[in-house]
Ligand binder design. Structure first.
Ligand code: ZN
Ligand code: ZN
Length: 61
């Protein structure tokens, strides 16, 4: 089950959190940032185009 998550940077609901997963990294394509529900506040890194591509591929499978 997925739920929309508000980006902590831009404030739009552009990210989706998969409630069935404990640890996951969600990306805001607008800010090009990755957030993590667990690492939040500690880890923050820039989204690469390659990472986004991988995520899209993963969603298709
Ligand atoms: Zn954002
Ligand atoms: Zn994490």
């Amino acid at each position: 089950m997925k739920c929309p998550v508000q980006c902590f940077e831009c404030g739009t609901f552009s990210m989706e959190l998969d409630l069935s997963q404990d640890h996951q990294h969600i990306a805001c394509e607008r800010c090009e940032r990755i957030w993590c529900a667990i690492c939040l506040g500690r880890v923050e890194f820039t989204v690469s185009k390659e990472w986004l591509k991988q995520q899209r591929v993963a969603h298709l499978n």
